[in-house]
Design a protein around this ligand. Structure first.
Ligand SMILES: [Zn+2]
Length: 55
């Protein structure tokens, strides 16, 4: 996932499973501008995004 501010690829700082384990929170931070944000992703979406990282 890219930074919404500068479009640079962000680093995942932390990953937390939500209740029930069906989705995950990821805390991401942009190494360029320092912008940090959280994403809530379902497990399927999570795996889709991982598979697309090199695209
Ligand atoms: Zn940024």
């Amino acid at each position: 996932m890219n930074c919404p501010k500068c479009q640079k690829r962000t680093n995942v700082i932390d990953t937390r499973r939500s209740l029930g384990g069906g989705s995950v929170y990821r805390i991401r931070k942009c190494p360029r501008c320092g912008f940090s944000f959280r994403t809530l992703e379902t497990k399927l979406r999570f795996e889709e995004k991982e598979a697309r990282r090199d695209a």
